[in-house]
Write a new protein. Structure first.
Length: 170
């Protein structure tokens, strides 16, 4: 297992995966979101502005235009935390960039036995697991077959039960 800074995840989105990038988002709040002025405005009741031109969205559009898939399942509590409501409010930008983001209630994720950690899975071969407890916010990379099979099974279960943005918010 390799341990690298969390910002290296961006390397995978600039040509580091061939077909699919899939993420499970399990946290109720993300410090990176909370640190932004947009998030602070959201907490005060100001809706986020559309941001389809940011670097993440430009790259996502480029990757999905090449036929690659970027997919996520976000866990949501009942009621949703402020961070989860913020992600729901900003999801249309991700969708416009070509991502497919789905939502699953945390209780359903627990019933399904899904992992309680965030990760990206690239091409069903590389697992990038975030280690949020480390002050450097490191990411653990592995190609261990047992770990890959476990997260592939979690991905399949989560994707099967998760709802599209439209269905979840409708």
């Amino acid at each position: 297992m390799d341990v690298v800074p969390a910002h290296r995840i961006l390397d995978f989105f600039k040509g580091g995966f061939e077909h699919t990038a899939w993420r499970l988002e399990t946290r109720r709040e993300y410090a990176a979101d909370q640190a932004t002025e947009e998030y602070q405005d959201f907490v005060r009741g100001v809706a986020p502005l559309r941001d389809e031109g940011g670097p993440w969205f430009v790259n996502a559009r480029e990757q999905t235009a090449r036929g690659k898939r970027i997919e996520r399942v976000r866990l949501v509590d009942e009621p949703p935390s402020t961070g989860q409501r913020y992600l729901l409010a900003t999801t249309p930008d991700n969708l416009a960039a070509g991502e497919d983001i789905r939502f699953l209630l945390r209780a359903d994720a627990e019933r399904l036995g899904l992992p309680d950690f965030d990760f990206w899975l690239f091409d069903s071969r590389v697992l990038a697991r975030f280690n949020w407890t480390d002050p450097a916010r490191r990411m653990e990379l592995t190609t261990d077959p047992a770990a890959i099979v476990a997260v592939c099974q979690a991905r399949d279960a989560a994707w099967h039960h998760a709802l599209t943005y439209e269905d979840f918010t409708g």
